[in-house]
Write a protein that binds this ligand. Structure first.
Ligand SMILES: C[S@@+](CC[C@H](N)C(=O)[O-])C[C@H]1O[C@@H](n2cnc3c(N)ncnc32)[C@H](O)[C@@H]1O
Length: 215
């Protein structure tokens, strides 16, 4: 008798509505503008960006509309997410190539990536094992051009004085999957410093989120 296939574990927790081929996350709709304001400041003219864990694809589409000069490569571990990303990419064919199937826990994820000015990754490292954060850090330097930057967005815990919403979120993530969890900001800084990205600017964002810029 054939063994039943294992249910696929979810790779995200967000609410997603389907509109045609596109997925729409209310959270991405809400935060695109504030994240966009930060990214706009750091993207050089004509910037090439690699987005890790692009989710629905809304952040990339928002940025390509805001900045017609940039080139934005989306990626994700999840096929359904990549399908939605490709639907958004259809509207920005000069700026967005088809999404890449990248898993940050795969040692060779960066092997065929053309170097970029900026790596951007939002809301992934708490909804994935710590190994995924290590995977981003390990290969970031090889993917970034000289002087490039890496941006992370999401919730983080502070050593002292974390927002109670983030402490509660951490607990609820761990009940769903003990390998998930809101990451400690210092631990995150350390793993990127170990990979050569030792300067980190921390920007406080709405709803107890942070925007981190490493260089
Ligand atoms: C909460 S969603 C965030 C999506 C988008 N970045 C945003 O902020 O709206 C997390 C995304 O991370 C992706 N993901 C989870 N584990 C991953 C991994 N190991 N490598 C790459 N992507 C991963 C999921 O498939 C999902 O699309």
């Amino acid at each position: 008798m054939t063994k039943p296939s294992q249910p696929k574990l979810p790779t995200h927790l967000e609410t997603r509505n389907q509109i045609g081929e596109k997925l729409v996350s209310p959270s991405a709709s809400r935060n695109s503008q504030v994240i966009g304001q930060q990214l706009d400041k750091i993207l050089p003219i004509g910037a090439h960006v690699l987005e890790i864990a692009s989710g629905t694809g809304q952040h990339g589409a928002f940025m390509c509309a805001l900045r017609p000069d940039i080139y934005w490569q989306m990626s994700d571990i999840d096929d359904a997410s990549r399908q939605s990303q490709n639907a958004y990419a259809q509207e920005f064919q000069m700026q967005m190539p088809p999404s890449l199937p990248l898993n940050m826990m795969d040692d060779g994820w960066a092997d065929n990536i053309v170097p970029v000015d900026v790596i951007y990754c939002a809301n992934m490292i708490h909804i994935a094992p710590w190994q995924a954060a290590l995977g981003v850090a390990k290969s970031a330097e090889t993917v970034l051009k000289e002087g490039g930057r890496l941006c992370l967005y999401g919730p983080f815990l502070k050593t002292v004085g974390s927002a109670s919403s983030n402490v509660e979120f951490d607990k609820s993530l761990k009940t769903r999957n003990p390998e998930w969890g809101v990451r400690n900001l210092q631990a995150v800084k350390h793993i990127f410093a170990d990979s050569g990205l030792s300067h980190c600017t921390v920007i406080e964002m709405p709803r107890d989120n942070f925007f981190l810029v490493f260089k």
